[in-house]
Write a protein that binds this ligand. Structure first.
Ligand code: KG4
Ligand code: ZN
Length: 419
């Protein structure tokens, strides 16, 4: 084992939902390496998305341009204000005696995602690295989600329980390899086998819509605002699973997913049960290829699809549809995750990504893990939805695995970077 070496990482992320920065300090190379999150700043873009009726890439990128500097400054000053003389906030990014000189590495999310948004984060981080002569770590956003459940089990950071007291060591989840990780977000649905801290292998992914995307699109069909996931799950609490929606690919002999057909099944159910005389019948739509037309309609950001496609949907029916849809998604995700965990003799199942904030999914996967004698870990809600703390975590684990940071010239944004 190498000698213990302290590392301090500034991580920057510009995803489609937030501008974020975090500072982590830890040790690598030691027998029991550990770390503490010193700061975690998230500036949400949700209000903008709600106003626009969804994510508009150009508006998203402009919002990052406005937020990135104050967000990074706050992450640095939150992290170091206790250990440095009080520098004026405007100096915290400047070179020479400023806060950025206190970090060893500048990490940034380089993909996957919306290219204009990624570029804001990547170019800002590169400029900072150039000005302060710091090496960089390019991180895959999904790798951030992958390592997010490790935060609580291994770090020194205090995690509070509901009464405000810090969790004791016994209250923190233990992670044992091999791990079956399920990452469910707005853009991805992945099953990943983590053999040890540094080796992972993707077992399956979605062939069309991601789970979060399906939540968002079905929410739109029901006339609910963006982001749809939390809205659907809130509504589902008042509903019952009265409709048997399909469970796509649940029995397929692989670990891939498909949620596009489920979304279409909800659309057909709505059109047939609550017809709107002013909207074209399904037959007419399918002249152009029903799926394509649905896609086009779902892309329209400001249009209220609900009033376009359907007649009045009683509130209780909406709740039942939400609940039935949620159960179908959860059923597929849990069934396939447990099957993969058993096939690869995993000891732990971990759940991450924005959809991991879904209560029914957390509860059901926890229950099935217990039944199957598997340890279950899921991060705090704040680490499920996008944030930079998970990017700092992923960078830290890369360093622990021997990754060599690179010069800023080597870092490029890649919108379709695969895990
Ligand atoms: O990981 P994330 O924050 O961003 C991406 O990387 O995509 O995930 C966002 C997705 C959105 O589709 C959102 O609707 C979904 O996570 N989501 C939920 C819940 N909270 C967020 N889906 C279901 N139930 C929730 N409670
Ligand atoms: Zn994400």
């Amino acid at each position: 084992m190498n000698k213990s070496r302290p590392v301090t990482i500034l991580a920057i992320e510009t995803s489609c939902d937030e501008t974020a920065a975090s500072v982590l300090r830890g040790s690598v190379g030691a027998k029991n390496p550990t770390f503490t999150t010193l700061s975690n700043v998230v500036k949400s873009q949700m209000k903008l998305h709600v106003k626009m009726g969804g994510v508009v890439p150009e508006a998203n990128a402009r919002a990052h341009v406005r937020s990135i500097r104050p967000v990074v400054e706050k992450a640095l000053s939150d992290a170091f204000s206790l250990v440095t003389c009080h520098l004026p906030a405007r100096r915290s990014l400047g070179v020479g005696g400023s806060l950025v000189t206190k970090v060893d590495y500048i990490a940034v999310t380089a993909g996957p995602g919306l290219i204009a948004s990624l570029l804001v984060g990547v170019e800002f981080a590169k400029a900072l690295a150039f000005a302060s002569s710091k090496p960089m770590i390019a991180v895959n956003h999904m790798e951030g989600h992958l390592y997010s459940p490790f935060g609580e089990s291994i770090s020194n950071t205090q995690f509070l329980i509901s009464n405000g007291k810090p969790k004791t060591k016994d209250q923190r989840p233990k992670i044992e390899f091999p791990i079956l990780s399920m990452i469910v977000s707005g853009g991805h649905t992945l099953l990943v086998l983590q053999k040890n801290e540094s080796h992972y292998q993707v077992l399956g992914s979605t062939v069309d819509d991601a789970a979060g995307e399906a939540f968002d699109k079905v929410a739109k069909l029901l006339g609910l605002p963006y982001p749809g996931g939390p809205e659907i799950s809130k509504l589902a609490e008042a509903g019952q699973a009265t409709i048997q929606f399909p469970r796509p690919m649940i029995h397929a002999p692989n670990f891939d997913f498909s949620f596009s057909g489920l979304k279409t099944a909800v659309l057909y159910h709505l059109k047939e049960t609550y017809p709107n005389p002013s909207s074209p019948p399904l037959g007419e739509m399918s002249r152009f290829g029903t799926e394509r037309v649905i896609e086009e309609k779902l892309q329209i950001t400001k249009q209220n699809l609900h009033s376009y496609h359907f007649g009045h949907i009683p509130t209780q029916d909406k709740a039942n549809i939400a609940r039935s849809f949620e159960e179908a998604v959860v059923d597929v995700l849990v069934t396939k995750a447990i099957r993969a965990a058993k096939k690869y003799s995993c000891k732990t199942i971990s759940l991450a990504g924005g959809v991991a904030a879904n209560k029914r999914l957390r509860t059901e996967l926890n229950l099935q893990s217990e039944i199957n004698n598997l340890q279950f870990v899921v991060p705090d809600i704040r680490l499920c939805t996008d944030n930079a703390e998970m990017i700092a975590l992923a960078s830290y684990f890369k360093l622990r695995a021997g990754y060599k940071p690179v010069s800023f010239q080597k870092v490029q944004a890649d919108s379709s970077w695969e895990l």
